[in-house]
Write a protein that binds this ligand. Sequence first.
Ligand code: HT7
Ligand code: ZN
Length: 865
Amino acid sequence: HKKIQLKDYRPFAFIVDHVDLIFDIREDHTRVTSKLKMRKDPAWADETTPLVLNKGKFDIISVVAGDMVLLPGEYKSDDETFTLAATPDVFELEIANILKPDENTALEGLYRSGSILCTQCEAQGFRNITPYSDRPDVMAPFSCTIVADKTRYPILLSNGNPVKSGDLDDNRHFAVWEDPFKKPCYLFALVAGDLAVLEDRFTTSSGRDVALKIYSEKENIALCSHAMTSLKQAMAWDEKRFGREYDLDLYQIVAINDFNAGAMENKGLNIFNAKYVLADPQTATDDDFMGIQGVIAHEYFHNWTGNRITLKNWFQLSLKEGLTVFRDQEFSSDMNSRPVKRIIDVKNLMAAQFPEDSGPMTHPVRPDSYIKMDNFYTMTVYEKGAEVIRMIYQLLGQDLFRQGMDLYFEKFDGMAVTLEDFVGVMETVSGRNLDQFFLWYTQSGTPEISMTRQYNDNTGSLSLTFTQSTSPDRNQSEKKPFHIPVRISLINRAGETVKQEALYELTQETHTFKFENVSADIYPSVFREFTAPVRLSTDFSDQDLAFLMARDTDPFNQWRAAQTLFINEIKNLVTAIRTGRAMTVSSGLIQAFSLALEDRKKDRAFLSKALALPLETEIKDHFEIIDVEAIHQARTFLKQTLAKNLESELKTVYEICRPAPPDDISGAAMADRSLKNLCLAYLGCVPDKGNQALVLKQFENAGNMTDEFAAFKILSHMTPEMRDSACQAFYNKWQARTLVIDKWFSVQAQSRLKDTLDQVKQLTTHKNFTMANPNKVRALIFAFAMNNPIHFHRADGQGYEFVAERILALDKINHQTAARLCACFNLWKRYDENRRILMKRQLETMAGQKTLSKNLYEIVSRALE
Ligand code: HT7
Ligand code: ZN
């Protein structure tokens, strides 16, 4: 399979002046006619330049160039390209082809989801609809006519504005849409179906009246109001924070059940995974509510960062994704608790991006090459990309950063640009040179920073020495030092700030910063708010960490201190297990935990994050060789010990946090629930009848999904009998609600009980499960493979065998999702020899298949390299 390389980038030799699409939707097929107005770009084409368009696997019915009907010998068409050997300088081309959306299980291009027809074109799905130059730097105005049966498809939607509609013979009707903004084809969208709509309006800062419409299946329309509120919040926020106003008279969102990702920012017509639209307190958890708010905002923000200004080529993906994630993170921070949002985002980065960057998929935020672009919608491009933007924001400060953004919008509106263009405007407004900083885009890997303290008693000065190093990897055998911002403040024993926070910059391997006239018992608080995406090691003792956990003036650093204490304790326990010593938990840790739990002044949402043990999947990143069983045993022991020692405090806090009304989704109510449910999870991990009864009582009497689901998860680990009866009750109650049934699958997939693999295998044949729906696959198979280490990594290899077999089955249905699932094998070299051999065997089996998709081939072959 051919590798596409950034260094081979060339502009398209033609300019597309207009695209006119006609979709004639019939019972078992759709006929697409595309009319392109094109001309040669004199800078890149001459009289010998052929027109080469991308094309998927479908048959062409007719081709008309100008007013000449071309015969099959007069053009070339195969499964990948459509070619005209020669064209005039200016010409019109009309191509008709037939699609079978009902057979399209890959969910890219035009496909069916239930009774709805819809499209997904990013990254390169538009070529599966009609031959086109399917690349982001080819921008054109589009119009789209949809013709369909009026009963089956009363609603016909596309991008931009509705300009005409009407009835036709045979109970058919049509709608014409025109999008006045030039766009790349990956932003094209069409939806046809029998949908209900929730309508609202938004008046922009300049007085434009925008109609807002959220569509869903009729039975779900009552669940769309949180999405609508989130949309209006996002529109107002983008005006206030970035001066960005919406540009069309209509903004539409459609909720779809079968979708490969979270959502898609198509111009004026976002298509969403229903999971990120539908919610009410009975069926959605507080995390679901937050997820919807974040994703609705993310897609809306793309209208400027991605759509108005788009990408020169796919290598620049982080230009829209890193920037838009940064924008949605800032939005959620302003709408909710800023420290808690930061903790959630960093936890996510450490749990998923750090490992990605240390495995076979490691790539710079701007990758140099790909086989399938779909495989590079990664944590590195999105989350690390957002951290890189955040570092620029720190280096420039809020005002200059905003000036830089204003200049970016002014200078590049309507264009397809690069990361250099973005960083260039930041250089212009600040007068800074960001050449070394640009390494964050081109060099892969997570820098490791060590910080040591030296105190000079004679001079009363504290020196902090920072050393950075980044391990060589497949992308660069030698790493240059990164330009790393670090925010530092000094704190005394009373927890008071003795030196205000300031920004320092690391540009060489080693830097020492000296602070004069400070006393010996001063604590530095470094990398405040996680100033840079680095791994940090310090010379703090566990006592120091306990102090910082209680008194650091930055909540993020309090959280980090708590998590580091937990990790240190777990490492000690793992050593004890390995050397056959008895496990004990240090009294210092129990005391630090207890002090935090009893601190009534602390924000409850923050406490629920700080006092949660890192997951086994996070802990593994702190070991060179991952011992799955020892990590599991150590974490369970620590959790049970804390629960046993602090039982009465946990019960007290559980009771204190209870009174929030069940349908209250305010920040305070959510915070109460999260701390309450953390206490319940601790109490429920000890096999004690009283605690079990408490969990069961919450499960049976919960007034919302957050509480019900929290209790359900705890029950799923207790005993097979308790799990089975909770599963039965939950299923009986929610069987008609597909998004809730996804929760039911995922809880069972993550159970720690012995027979989990057999249960999961059984569930693959359940009537509510199908490999054709990505949400179901994520709920059951991904949850098992990614979040259930003791069962996926069973020593007999059966977990691996099961998942590999599912990946191969899925590859025939949906290659994007199959390739994503295969990431569960990425870190195979980090496990013990037995598991290494077993995982490698599965990778080799997959590699040996004759008909592997390009997507899966790329992941498997990188893992085996
Ligand atoms: N920009 C969108 C990416 C996306 C996607 C990528 C690959 C395959 C399917 C996909 N669906 C959506 C979503 C976003 O980042 O906003
Ligand atoms: Zn995005």
